[in-house]
Design a protein around this ligand. Structure first.
Ligand SMILES: Nc1ncnc2c1ncn2[C@@H]1O[C@H](COP(=O)(O)OP(=O)(O)O)[C@@H](O)[C@H]1O
Ligand SMILES: [Mg+2]
Length: 272
């Protein structure tokens, strides 16, 4: 058996608070190979902090401990490795919108940025790769988009541009933290389908972080269910209907049925 790309062993994350250190991720272990794995759990369960710990992007107040945090043979806890790994072998799409596109720069420049930083490709080669990637993420008229500014794009197109920027240097592993949460349902499914097929085409591992078990399990080979900083259960997506943990069963049962899909959910305090 080949080594998994990402290996996480006994990872814990704590923050100082008025009541001392508060543990928000508690001794979790998992690995991800060239496959699609979903990390799911309700809001606040520690999913984003786990993704950020892998990338070295936690706030400096956070205390991180791990028996092992390795990516493709590199020790991620050795501080020096962080920057060179970012944008090359390890890619990240963050949930936080403040890391989205810069309105002052043309799309092409932003999509090519990691090639500029991490390769010796010429300007013409970078442009060719960027146009090819814009095309791959399903954007029509790539050369027009290449020279446009972000304001000219819809939200869904902007999301595709960000995915193109993250995939252009062919990461071995992409961590996507709620990559579609700002989009409408139909676009979410399109983007998840795209990420899934690109991961197959490029042989890329994908760690898909989401609060929506029902939705992401359709695109993932395996799911890891996180609850209050711990991994409650890990299983193949195909086995979800037989989940052992009550929590997994509850998340699974929360899926919209044909009867409720598309109808408005009740709002607390609203008059009927
Ligand atoms: N900067 C911070 N300082 C202290 N606690 C934080 C900070 N950011 C998030 N937390 C806490 O960490 C927990 C996990 O957060 P997060 O990983 O963002 O959850 P998720 O992505 O699963 O919704 C939450 O309970 C949150 O209150
Ligand atoms: Mg989150």
């Amino acid at each position: 058996m080949t080594e998994p790309l990402l290996q996480v062993e006994d990872l814990s994350i704590s923050f100082p608070s008025a009541m001392g250190l508060v543990r928000i991720v508690d001794d979790i272990s998992f690995s991800v190979g060239r496959e699609v794995v979903a990390l799911v759990g309700e809001s606040g369960s520690g999913k984003s902090m786990t993704g950020r710990a892998i990338m070295g992007l936690l706030p400096s107040r956070a205390k991180v401990a791990a028996a092992r945090l390795s990516f493709d043979g590199h020790d991620l806890t050795a501080e020096k490795g962080w920057n060179s790994l970012r944008g090359s072998g390890l890619g990240l799409i963050l949930q936080d919108p403040k890391y989205s596109l810069n309105p002052a720069h043309r799309i092409g420049r932003q999509v090519e940025e990691t090639l500029l930083l991490h390769t010796r490709l010429s300007a013409a080669e970078r442009r060719e790769r960027a146009l090819d990637m814009l095309d791959k993420v399903g954007l029509p008229d790539a050369s027009r988009i290449y020279s446009s500014y972000p304001a000219a794009l819809s939200g869904g197109m902007g999301q595709r541009v960000m995915i193109a920027a993250m995939l252009i240097n062919r990461p071995k592993l992409l961590i996507a933290d709620e990559p579609t949460s700002a989009l409408d349902r139909e676009l979410q499914d399109q983007i998840l389908t795209l990420l899934r097929s690109l991961s197959e085409e490029l042989g890329m591992g994908l760690l898909l972080i989401s609060h929506d078990l029902q939705q992401v399990s359709r695109y993932a080979d395996r799911v890891m269910v996180m609850r209050r900083g711990r991994i409650d259960e890990q299983m193949a997506s195909a086995d979800l209907a037989n989940a052992r943990s009550d929590y997994t069963r509850a998340l699974w049962a929360a899926r919209p049925s044909a009867a409720t899909y598309g109808t408005r959910l009740p709002v607390y305090g609203e008059q009927p």
